[in-house]
Design a protein around this ligand. Structure first.
Ligand code: AMP
Length: 210
């Protein structure tokens, strides 16, 4: 199954991507994680992307389209994949169409803007393996330590309140139009993000079957 997860920053795309990945054994591909890894490794792409990410803006389309074009050619995508955080603009969605991949479902996880800021302020991430946690809703076994790889958990710079407002504005302006784009193709399903991760996951799995 080839899937796209849509939703505002902090809506829970990454967590749901992990759940689907476990259930269907297909890779979850997060452009945000790939870019953060590039920044940590100080690659040319990372250096180019850093200022956009820190400002809560989108990285230029050609950069992320290139990332996805390469990634989808890898062997582990043969039986399906989950795109988490791509596409985020209409030109990115059109580029994906041109890559000749068939998308089966687009799940849009909806959370009201008012709830996003508190969700993001509690989010903690592992910069090494990309796993995400929450100080209240999804705590690691040992505080500040990643369950998966044991690395230290940090708060993303772009999860700070002042940047979150910019990211939400960018989402409404550039990413939300994708709902109509995929609704017209008949493959969009809306999931209302719930307080409990397990409840959102149940709705997400149901949306995959509809
Ligand atoms: P995320 O981890 O998905 O919230 O992404 C973090 C940041 O990476 C975003 O705020 C953007 O600056 C950048 N980014 C990730 N995916 C994309 C994309 N598809 N298009 C443009 N920028 C992206």
């Amino acid at each position: 199954m080839n899937l796209i997860l849509l939703g505002a920053p902090g809506a829970g795309k990454g967590t749901q991507a992990e759940k689907i990945c476990e259930k269907l054994s297909i890779p979850a591909i997060s452009t945000g994680n790939i870019l953060r890894e590039a920044i940590a490794n100080k690659t040319e792409m990372g250096l180019k992307a850093k200022s956009f990410i820190d400002a809560g803006k989108l990285v230029p389309d050609e950069v992320v389209i290139g990332i996805i074009n390469d990634r989808l050619k890898e062997d582990d995508c043969k039986n399906g994949f989950i795109l988490d955080g791509f596409p985020r603009t209409i030109p990115q969605a059109e580029a994906l169409d041109r890559m000749d991949v068939h998308i089966d479902r687009v799940i849009d996880i909806e959370v009201p803007d008012e709830k996003i800021a508190s969700r993001l302020s509690g989010r903690r991430v592992c910069l090494k393996c990309g796993a995400t946690y929450h100080t209240e809703f999804k705590q690691p076994k040992v505080e500040g330590v990643c369950d998966v790889c044991g690395d230290v958990l940090v708060q993303r710079k772009d999860d700070m309140p002042e940047t979150v407002l910019d990211r939400l504005a960018t989402y409404h302006e550039q990413t939300e139009p994708l709902k109509d784009f995929y609704s017209e193709k008949g493959i969009l399903r809306i999931v209302e993000g719930q307080q409990e991760v397990a409840d959102t996951t149940a709705l997400t799995f149901k949306a995959l079957e509809d």
